[in-house]
Design a protein around this ligand. Structure first.
Ligand code: EPU
Length: 441
């Protein structure tokens, strides 16, 4: 007779899990420098495949999403080298290859390869990741834009197949039913080599859109109006290589400024474009944060006695949804009652139960988050369910008494380059450890 225990041993295996361990309460001082913007980078890389010679991107953040995109480029037979934050992309020998599965499904921003392959080849097969932690993230406006430009679009459970007839893509007037960063950029990518003129109405106005348009115009595109709600694209036949420096990451800047308000004794955050985070700065100043705005840096003075505020996220230039989660620990420790309404992603609330495990008093009521402060946070074992929830828990850990252990670290590494090194340079007691965990095989 086979003993049950021996079977169990056989079907279990070990895997390595990363954890962030933070011993909170250490004052942060010194300076840090913000990287190039993740959400620009993930669009600029697919945009680069439209060139017929080498594109050099400078200021590329060293994050997991970039490595995933490099692997996807290689699958398209595009040469890419990445060193010292410079990414060189040579799409000269690019091939039209269907990508229903594989690395392409590892990140949401793969959707930019739909617009890019449609533009470059008049066709494409792109598999997208399924549901994610922010709640439903439809792409109907992307697909509507492609159809308006004359593409045939089939969406088979997340594998999008795009084709065009002999006439190819033809410019059109497109009204976006919702203000969408992704759909606006994807529409620009598809329209940039279409015949004639495309007008995008109700376009998103985020700085990342201006960045992508600046790259495309350097490559020879004719696009006007980026940064306003009407973008005009005059189709061109060829796009060529160029060199482009990526704008600073406004969400990374907002995250570190929040950390400095939460636990700082004087922190300078360098490489920030203040105008890109005006809505966020106004909100933390309303809370009592003491800031000094420089030309391209922000100095955060010690900011005790924070006041509670209410926050409503909006498309740019409103308060960014991506900073809602990182800001929540500050609200948790502020005196009074406040609310957070995320109008972009109402289900972006997975950080709340974790903060409550650390001693916060926060309730999710439908689409509203109610914060009762002030709370004294204390260390706990918590899980980052998505990138910005991870940033939120890191800030909470810096604030808390005792030790906080954060799992789900891979989400954080997708978007924050060298987060451990940067916070350590400021004096934080934070380390990333690897532990082996047992799981059922
Ligand atoms: N929407 C639709 N239909 C569409 C597209 C969007 O209904 O076809 C809705 C979405 O469900 C959402 C709203 O429109 O309610 C805005 O979504 P948007 O398309 O602007 O989001 P996205 O382009 O998919 C980017 C960032 C997100 C950021 C949002 C909002 C990238 C790769 N992602 O996503 O960043 O939260 O804009 O600013 O640029 C992050 O960095 O953590 C992150 C999630």
């Amino acid at each position: 007779m086979i003993h049950n225990e021996s079977i169990e041993t056989e079907i279990r295996e070990f895997y390595i899990m990363k954890k962030l361990v933070i011993r909170g309460g250490k004052p942060l001082t010194g300076e840090i420098t913000i990287n190039g913007a993740k959400n620009s980078t993930v669009a600029l890389i697919p945009a680069a495949i439209l060139a017929d010679s080498e594109v050099v991107l400078e200021g590329v953040p060293d994050i997991a999403d970039v490595y995933s995109l490099i692997e996807i480029l290689e699958d398209f037979n595009v040469k890419a080298t990445f060193k010292d934050n410079v990414l060189t992309i040579d799409p000269t020998d690019i091939k039209s290859i269907p990508m229903p599965s594989g690395k392409i499904q590892s990140l949401r921003a793969s959707y930019y390869f739909m617009g890019a392959t449609l533009s470059r080849f008049g066709e494409g097969v792109i598999g997208l990741p399924g549901g994610c932690f922010l709640g439903p993230r439809p792409i109907d406006q992307h697909l509507k834009a492609f159809r308006s430009l004359g593409a045939k679009v089939e969406d088979d459970f997340g594998v999008v197949t795009l084709t065009t007839d002999q006439e190819g893509l033809v410019g059109a007037r497109i009204y976006m039913d919702v203000v969408s960063v992704g759909a606006t950029i994807n529409c620009i990518l598809a329209a940039v080599k279409a015949k004639g003129k495309t007008i995008i109405e109700n376009a998103a106005r985020e700085p990342e859109i201006i960045d992508v348009v600046n790259l495309l115009n350097k490559m020879g595109a004719k696009i006007r109006g980026a940064g306003t709600s009407v973008i005009r694209v005059e189709g061109v036949e060829h796009l060529h290589g160029c060199t482009h420096t990526i704008i600073p990451d406004r969400i990374e800047a907002g995250t570190y400024i929040t950390a400095a308000v939460a636990a700082g004794q004087g922190v300078r955050v360098n490489n920030v474009i203040f105008e890109h985070i005006e809505g966020f700065i106004a909100k933390i100043e309303e809370m009592g944060a003491q800031l000094e705005i420089g030309e391209d840096s922000i100095y955060v003075h010690p900011s005790p006695n924070l006041r509670m505020v209410s926050v409503k996220t909006q498309p740019y230039p409103g308060f960014a949804t991506d900073l809602q989660q990182p800001l929540t620990p500050l609200l948790a420790i502020a005196a009074g009652n406040g609310t957070i309404i995320d109008t972009i992603y109402p289900a972006r609330v997975k950080h709340i139960p974790e903060l409550n495990r650390m001693g916060a008093d926060i309730k999710v009521e439908g689409a509203m988050i109610r914060v009762n402060g002030p709370a004294q946070l204390s260390g706990a074992q918590v899980k980052a369910s998505d990138l910005r929830a991870g940033a939120c828990l890191v800030i909470a850990g810096l604030l808390a008494d005792g030790v906080t252990e954060i799992t789900g670290v891979d989400h954080i590494l997708r978007g924050y380059s060298n987060i451990v090194g940067k916070l350590r340079d400021l004096g934080a007691d934070i380390e990333m450890i690897e532990v082996s965990e047992m799981q059922e095989a």
